[in-house]
Write a protein that binds this ligand. Structure first.
Ligand code: G1P
Length: 289
């Protein structure tokens, strides 16, 4: 029903003010979960889903995100000279193929919809994915790969969704659900960060989207919504009469790494899963609980 998704947009222009002072000079997307930065989890999830072309929507002070996906000549020479081949593989295996990482600038922080719109010239007229690296998903099969499986059947626009407690609806885009088979929920509307009293459901969008290029027609208007920002949620909602929207309840656990407690929890969960450090982290945690 639907063509292959080859491109992913990663909005990475945000300032990360919630993580100051750690993010004073460092991009928040470089914060590590154990030993791998958030941005790398996002890129690897895209690759696992069969995506080959990566687009960073970036801003001032974020050049290290591009550097992370390039040669680090001095480091690699030193590792080579010392015979550290495992470490050398770690730094080389994360390199995209030549020409497969594009970078566009979002000069002003006008909202997520605006950030995605900044990639229009590279995406052009084809369906594409969006990953927000703050949202980290631990899953056997990557969240975006699961979405693409479902998208092959239903097409249209799609986001990964989770049920949240009612008091948290004001943190997320929320679905107005019309049909729900327990896995896929079709929505007739989306509301950005509604107060619990106004929320049409508790089904909330996490930072994974598959979008049709029609969304750019709406974003072209640069209309501001909730929080006086150009919202991706509003643009998706505005195309719903023509482009069906589904939320996918994926298999896996989502960690909101834009939140300090969520970030620490992700570190614990990913550390406990590791063969090398899992047992010692588990022992150490017992001291505090
Ligand atoms: C953005 C979206 C929101 C979505 C959330 C997922 O909000 O606007 O609809 O639920 O990402 O993380 P932000 O977290 O940028 O405030």
């Amino acid at each position: 029903m639907s063509g292959d998704i080859k491109k992913v947009v990663l909005p990475v222009a945000g300032l990360g003010t919630r993580f100051l002072p750690a993010t004073k000079v460092m991009a928040k997307e470089m914060l590590p979960i154990v030993d791998k930065p958030l941005i790398q989890y996002a890129v690897e999830e895209a690759w696992e889903a069969g995506i080959t072309e990566i687009v960073f929507v970036t801003g001032r002070g974020k050049a290290m995100l591009e550097d992370h996906f390039d040669y680090a000549v001095e480091l690699e020479n030193t590792l080579e000279a010392r015979g550290k081949s495992a470490e050398l593989d770690i730094v080389r295996d994360l390199m995209p193929a030549a020409g497969k990482l594009a970078v566009v600038r979002q000069q002003s922080p006008l909202g997520l919809g605006h950030a995605v719109w900044c990639a229009k010239q590279i995406i052009q007229d084809e369906p594409f994915a969006v990953i927000l690296p703050d949202d980290l998903v631990m899953a056997e099969r990557g969240c975006l790969a699961q979405m693409i499986d479902a998208y092959k059947d239903v097409g249209g626009n799609m986001a990964a969704v989770v049920d949240v407690p009612l008091e948290q609806t004001n943190r997320y885009g929320i679905l107005d659900v019309t049909e729900d088979d327990g896995t896929l929920a079709r929505a007739s509307g989306l509301v950005e960060k509604p107060d619990p009293a106004d929320a049409p459901s508790t089904l909330s969008i996490i930072g994974r989207y598959i979008l049709q290029p029609e969304v750019f027609n709406v974003l072209d208007r640069q209309e501001k919504g909730a929080g006086n920002e150009i919202q991706l949620t509003d643009a998706i909602a505005a195309t719903m009469a023509d482009v069906p929207f589904h939320g996918l309840r994926f298999q896996g656990t989502r960690f909101d790494c834009g939140d300090k407690a969520g970030f620490v929890e992700a570190n614990v969960a990913f550390a406990l899963q590791r063969d090398d450090i899992g047992p010692s982290v588990k022992d150490a945690l017992k001291k505090y609980l």
